[in-house]
Design a protein. Structure first.
Length: 311
């Protein structure tokens, strides 16, 4: 058995959209993959199950469950749930670090699901992830840190899809001038798989992930309009309005954690926090990013034609 044949991959959140994309990418490469999730999914909002995936279920707050998930694992793609209580996040990160170290994991890719400003802020969305990164960096487990900007797939959702398709409105909580390297899940999966498997010494590195193009809100709306064959207007949402809508679905703590990252990006200091270096990322990880127009054209937007919008 070769060294590569002995690899075993663990993917957190494999019943979700991001983790599912990563699991599918690794399975397509012929890798043995185990998924770790809190629940089996199966709700109407869940993605289809990943075929060929071994799966275990448990809570990140359960140290024994996390250790069981890591048994026999050599490589892991880790993401945290949308929790922004500092002590809870520290406990989750500590459980991951201890389990990965005991299992002898040789590479861990941690996705905090956000960019992180260089200087500390008052926003829990950044500071809890900064703290989690620190725990893993000090764990002794060879860890790569990936920091995405905003996921393009968020627009293909009940929150944005119906308005885009029916009304020609792209509403998002960022000012029109803010440039974003919108990242598709497929590119997240490719970058994560590359970071897990590359022969280069990437332990300790931070990769600011991003998509092929860096665009403003109106430029993104124009790209949608070109794909749809009709005008699409960009409408900037007030962060407070956005947070209120999130609170109805996820609760106030999670809403504040998520909305805070957009409040930061709307400031002069944070205005460039969501841009990227597509060419540099492609060179560093050996990936090919998906052109924006290609991603838009590949989605079945017709499903939102009659679907009720969620606000």
């Amino acid at each position: 058995m070769t060294q590569n044949d002995a690899r075993k991959f663990l993917v957190f959140g494999a019943t979700g959209f991001q983790g599912g994309a990563i699991a599918r990418r690794l399975l397509a490469e012929g890798r043995p993959v185990r998924g770790f999730s809190r629940t089996a999914g199966g709700s109407p909002a869940s993605p289809p199950p990943v075929e060929g995936l071994e799966h275990v279920f448990g809570d990140l707050g359960d140290r024994d469950a996390v250790k069981r998930a890591f048994e026999g694992v050599t490589h892991a793609a880790v993401v945290l749930p949308q929790v922004y209580d500092h002590e809870t996040v520290l406990a989750h990160a500590t459980n991951v670090a201890e389990a990965a170290r005991e299992a002898g994991v040789t590479r861990l890719v941690f996705n905090g699901n956000t960019r992180i400003p260089a200087a500390k802020t008052t926003f829990s969305g950044f500071e809890t992830r900064r703290a989690a990164e620190a725990v893993l960096a000090e764990s002794g487990v060879p860890t790569v840190f990936v920091r995405p900007p905003v996921y393009l797939d968020n627009l293909f959702s009940p929150f944005s899809g119906p308005a885009l398709v029916r009304d020609g409105v792209l509403a998002f909580p960022l000012p029109p001038h803010v440039r974003v390297a919108w990242l598709p899940h497929v590119d997240l999966a490719d970058a994560t798989a590359a970071a897990l498997t590359t022969g280069a010494d990437v332990a300790g590195r931070v990769f600011d992930l991003g998509g092929k193009e860096v665009v403003t809100g109106p430029e993104l709306a124009e790209a949608f309009g070109a794909a749809f064959g009709r005008p699409v207007q960009y409408v900037p949402l007030e962060p407070a309005q956005f947070e209120g809508g999130l609170a109805q679905v996820f609760g106030p703590e999670t809403a504040a954690g998520i909305a805070g990252t957009y409040k930061w990006a709307a400031t002069e200091e944070g205005a460039d926090s969501l841009v990227g270096d597509p060419d540099g990322l492609e060179r560093a990880l050996g990936v090919s990013l998906t052109p924006l127009a290609e991603w838009i054209s590949a989605q079945p937007w017709h499903i939102w034609a009659e679907a009720p919008a969620r606000t």
